[in-house]
Design a protein around this ligand. Sequence first.
Ligand SMILES: [Zn+2]
Length: 371
Amino acid sequence: MAGKIAPLLSAIDCCEGDRAVRSAVMTPTTMRAMQIEQPGGPLVLREIPVPLPGPHEVLLRVGACAVDRFDLAIRAGVRERAVSLPHILGHEIAGDVVQAGSSVTGLGEGDRVASTLYLVCGECRWCLRGRETICENFGGHIGVNVPGGYAEYVVIPARNLVRIPDVIDFAEGSILANAIGTPHHALTARMGLQPGDRLVVTGAGGGVGLHAVQLGRMLGAAVMAVDIGHAKREAAARLGADVTVDPTMDDLGQAIRDWTGGTGADGVLELVGPATMPDTLDGLAKGGKMVIVGSHTGKEWTIDPGNVYRNEWEIRGSRNVSADELRTVVDLVGRGVVTPVIDQRRPLEDAEELHERVRTGVVIGRDVLTP
Ligand SMILES: [Zn+2]
């Protein structure tokens, strides 16, 4: 339609330098986006204005945006944080820079980038220590508190973006921060997994889990993959899990003790929550570490503090990944050490179908929208 080829005059007016002007001329004024227009309502394809980046922001042409279980929760309105409507979902994004804000340095037109998820201040004590995922002034998520990547274009703060090499395509790039960065941060910075350790991963067949299995092996650990899905356990085995367990069929705590010769696992990566936690804690070795990354099966869990101190257990939380850690993930994937597991690559119009695939638990790794 005519609007898609008209020049973006307002951007030309506000930008300096040949590069910014050339980029703006090529950028259409409108874009296709899948919007939520009412809580729990359908995803609706609309033609809407292309957003403009602020001084510290970048306009990206979305190369890919992955679909995550979290998207379904936001859509259903169960998240406490208010989302203004209409809203564009999508927080796992990769693309190329079409326009950088006036104060942005180090990124320019044509740069291929992947994005972290969180809106952070960059100035608080945690941000300054490289732990921006626990920013004191946490501003929420891209795709929740600001429009996300279920669209042809998206505006992202420059501090969230990390360059990716040509060997990583946009679909792979879109899952680096959440699906790969999350277990990377959890297993390295939070668990300190060591060569020779025995690692249990629950929810191992999901998007985060399958990469946790690979990272566990990369770090030199033996890995038990726990998942209720047969195809997901098979995928985990293909990606390096030494043993797989169906917690609905087997006594998980006993299975862990049997696997470890009775001593228990050195590390447990919990991606499931109370449905598996009593059993995985039962299988944790003395001095073992449980790192909790997700808890979609509930909010409450009973624990005997005496067991914690008698065994010197460490029970820690882990939240996503910093931009600096994402650079390490980019390097690992670029060198082929970790393989991004993409199930389906589909056009924007198929977002509804991909949500249904997440809802029914059939996705192996991540499904990705390629606007
Ligand atoms: Zn901060």
